[in-house]
Write a protein that binds this ligand. Structure first.
Ligand code: PMP
Length: 426
């Protein structure tokens, strides 16, 4: 039964049972309307209210400033690998064009035409920077190269290159090779597969006192709502809902408003084509979604409702909002890491100590020397105790305990106790 299980799966993740029960009712008959929430029109008052409340509650919980817009998108984190690249290249070209066309020009001054200058800028200067610290940022960089060409993608750092071909570290910022004026600098705040988390915002990306800085994009799919973030440092934050927020089906984008260029100032499709650049499918175009309060097309309002209920619960639970959640997340992660650290003969934690993820705790069971057999035994015994979902990602193997917000302190305690008991049993 549900009460007997603590599910440590990496996503979809556990959702609070009371939220699910309320959602189950809403799915059949929403507030006595005789229609379930998945049946109500996305154009209804009900839908708009649910969206607006979820936006307001998210902004409140994370302290998102007014000059940021919140979008509900479809296509998952993966869709955002493409959307971030498409849209921010669009903004880069729009800015560059404005800069070039602001210069006074005469027809016959013998200089290159403004369009030629723009073309040169795109050919020579347009770069998308990626900080690769795990499989998800690697995938995002690969998607960007697929859309724009490998020559436009600057891998500013690849953690594998200084760690024997494996993820598990974040190379020192002094080694990052950032481009000048990149269309975006992309990083993944928490690498779900590899258990690598940025412990703080990268110093080299921090805006100056004038507020100016690089265009920073962060994938927070697996650690959003678990630590305080200074939203001002970011141009764009995105995350799929299915780990700390809600059910799979919606993806949230928090974007600085001045980066959502109005449709009219976006480079037109013919001019982008002329420059040899692709434009996004309409459904991935941020200004389209923003101008329609996330209702350009049919959105799953039911999924927004679940996310909204999770936020309402979080707001009611933590008076100091995300900081309260952060304290608990840290406490739970420490319990589990301490249990692992206290038995180095039995467990080997995969990532380096300085980058350990609080959300995805990745380790190997080395007890007895036969890792395969030891991990099979570990999974069998843990499952029997109701500690489930602990198998690592298929690409890396091992064990992964995903310590998302819905894991209660008692759940983490239970796992820590099992880790100790398993290590002690011979
Ligand atoms: N980024 C991160 C950090 C993830 O963990 C995941 C999925 N686990 C993704 C992106 C991809 O998300 P989706 O499955 O929603 O496309």
């Amino acid at each position: 039964a549900r009460e007997d299980i603590t599910y440590f799966g990496a996503g979809p993740a556990l959702l609070p049972t009371d939220v699910l029960k309320k959602a189950a009712e809403a799915l059949v008959d929403f507030q006595g309307t005789g229609l379930g929430l998945a049946e109500h029109s996305h154009r209804s008052e009900i839908a708009n209210t649910i969206i607006n409340e979820a936006k307001a509650d998210l902004a409140s919980f994370l302290d998102i400033p007014d000059d940021y817009e919140i979008l509900f998108m479809q296509g998952g984190g993966t869709g955002e690998f493409s959307a971030t690249a498409y849209n921010l290249v669009g903004s880069w070209v729009a800015n560059k064009r404005e800069e070039i066309f602001a210069q006074p020009r005469h027809e016959d001054d013998g200089l290159p035409s403004q369009m030629q200058l723009l073309n040169d800028a795109v050919n020579n200067d347009l770069k998308l920077d990626y900080i690769i610290t795990g499989s998800w940022s690697a995938k995002a960089a690969a998607e960007s190269a697929r859309l724009f060409g490998q020559d436009k993608v600057n891998v500013a750092v690849d953690a594998r290159l200084t760690n024997n071909g494996k993820f598990g570290i974040i190379p020192d910022e002094s080694t990052w090779k950032l481009s000048k004026d990149a269309a975006l600098v992309y990083f993944c705040a928490n690498e779900t597969v590899d258990g690598v988390e940025f412990q703080e915002f990268p110093k080299v990306l921090t805006p100056g006192p004038d507020g100016k800085g690089p265009i920073v994009v962060a994938d927070m799919s697996s650690n959003i709502l678990s630590r305080k973030i200074d939203v001002k440092n970011y141009s764009l934050i995105f995350f799929g809902a299915q780990k700390n927020l809600g059910s799979a089906g919606i993806t949230v984008v928090i974007i600085k408003k001045n980066l959502i260029a109005p449709i009219t100032s976006q480079p037109s499709a013919p001019s982008m084509r002329h420059l040899g650049l692709p434009i996004p499918p309409i459904i991935l175009q941020y200004d389209t979604i923003a101008q329609n309060n996330s209702l350009y097309n049919t959105l799953s309002i039911f999924d927004v409702y679940i996310a909204g209920q999770v936020l309402k619960k979080a707001l009611a639970t933590y008076p100091d909002k995300v900081s309260g959640q952060e304290t608990l997340s840290k406490q739970k992660a420490e319990l589990i890491y301490n249990a692992l650290d206290s038995h180095p003969d039995v467990y080997r934690i995969v990532p380096h100590k300085s980058v350990r993820s609080r959300m995805n705790i990745c380790f190997r069971v080395t007890k007895g020397g036969d890792i395969d057999a030891a991990e099979k035994d570990f999974l069998k015994q843990s499952t029997a105790l109701g500690l489930t979902g602990l198998k690592g990602h298929r690409s890396v193997g091992g064990i992964r305990a995903s310590n998302y917000n819905s894991i209660a302190l008692e759940g983490a305690q239970k796992l820590a106790q099992f880790l100790v008991d398993f290590a002690k049993a011979s």
